[in-house]
Write a new protein. Structure first.
Ligand code: SOE
Length: 395
């Protein structure tokens, strides 16, 4: 039975991540045995009407347009930050100072200095029993969590290759409008920080090793787009009427990476891979085996064990739906499978359990700051054109 005092949540943000996190807070206490009840106390958005509607639709007790007052309320225990990256630091620092536990969407911040200040505040708050977590949700997709377990068991031997891609195509159309994700001021970077951050975090976590150096290229294929009015969800700027504005972030990133365990990494993040709506893939090759995850088949892992006898070797498909698999015992019988939103439920479950136990949780703000440092290194590498070696003879 949960203890009597519920954990009351204030969530800031009402768009895609606001919806995903609302689903998580609604479902977590209903599907998992939690030590504390969870109350969805208040949702905060910019527009009063839309935020009221979001509260009703998503199941929040109250709606507000004032995040500062929500963060200061004595009846709030957790602040869940689902806003664009340019507001993460201000909100997180205020929440931590007010003694609230914090879940902050990824990437943690738009710059390394912002992330470092957030991580320092989280370390100080931890001394007051406060828990802070960054929402790299894919760690809690059961197949990725199982991948990490298999690698941690040493079944792949020495890790040699990490190959990770995160492919989307939602802005392949050059007439897709300028939204906040295409604005460096709001988002910090483009595909690199939005989806590249996920595969950087997953790769480092699954292999228990950190990226120490990168060599990168960034591309912006479409350099200007239609400007939209400031409508909800699009976050466009200015008036409509045929106006166009500059895209100030990358459409695509590609980089190689050195890991501190000697492994060689190859990473790709793009919003221009036509036909790939949300293809998040990671493959790890070791000296005694390989393992691969593809979000387009998110309830499966492909596993190759070199110990299999000759003539019987090959990638086997593990259906990650068994009760022994991470998080699955709380869900359906084997073979039924989970979806994108379940990783967010697992985030909420683990956060509530960590808060109740007074224990830290990963990915921490320190983990997320390491990701931010890799993002910054990629941008610095890509900015140094001198590193590109021209191919002789080609024009
Ligand atoms: C990008 O469109 C995005 O919404 C990311 O921001 C999320 O982190 C990812 O889970 C889905 O795609």
């Amino acid at each position: 039975m949960p203890s009597t005092t519920p954990l009351r949540v204030a969530m800031i943000g009402t768009a895609f991540m606001g919806r995903a996190h609302s689903q998580a807070w609604r479902v977590a206490p209903r599907m998992f045995e939690l030590p504390r009840e969870v109350e969805m106390a208040v949702i905060v958005g910019r527009d009063p009407g839309r935020t009221d509607a979001a509260a009703r639709q998503m199941g929040w007790q109250e709606a507000s347009t004032d995040w500062r007052s929500a963060v200061e309320r004595p009846d709030i225990d957790i602040v869940d930050i689902c806003t664009p990256g340019d507001s993460h630091e201000e909100i997180a620092l205020a929440a931590l100072a007010a003694g609230k536990h914090v879940l902050c969407e990824k990437p943690l911040a738009n710059t390394v200095p912002e992330a470092e200040r957030m991580a320092a505040a989280a370390r100080e708050a931890a001394r007051r029993g406060i828990v802070a977590m960054c929402g790299f949700s894919y760690r809690r997709t059961p197949a990725v969590a199982l991948m990490q377990q298999i690698v941690a068991e040493g079944r792949l031997g020495d890790i040699r290759h990490v190959r990770a891609q995160y492919l989307q195509d939602w802005i392949s159309d050059p007439e897709a409008p300028l939204t906040w994700r295409l604005d460096k001021e709001k988002a910090g970077s483009g595909a690199l920080g939005d989806i590249g951050a996920h595969i950087i975090d997953s790769a480092q976590w699954v292999t228990d090793s950190l990226i120490t150096a990168v060599s990168a290229q960034l591309r912006t294929f479409v350099t200007e787009r239609p400007v939209l009015g400031d409508s909800v969800g699009l976050g466009g700027r200015g008036a409509a009427g045929g106006e166009r504005g500059p895209v100030t972030v990358d459409d695509a990133a590609a980089f190689t990476a050195t890991f501190d365990n000697g492994a060689l990494g190859v990473f790709e993040a793009t919003r221009m891979a036509l036909g790939r709506r949300n293809a998040n893939r990671i493959e790890v090759n070791g000296s005694t085996g390989s393992i691969a995850f593809d979000f387009e088949r998110m309830n499966e892992l492909e596993y190759y064990d070199a110990a299999d006898e000759p003539g019987r070797q090959g990638f086997r498909r593990i259906q990650v739906t068994e009760p022994e698999h991470p998080y699955l015992a709380a869900w359906w019988p084997a073979g039924h499978g989970l979806g994108y939103e379940h990783a967010f439920v697992h985030e909420a479950v683990d956060l509530v359990r960590a808060i109740d136990a007074g224990e830290p949780i990963h990915p921490s703000f320190d983990d997320a700051t390491q990701v931010q440092r890799v993002l910054a290194a990629v941008e610095a590498s890509a900015a140094d054109e001198s590193r590109l070696t021209p191919v002789e003879g080609s024009k």
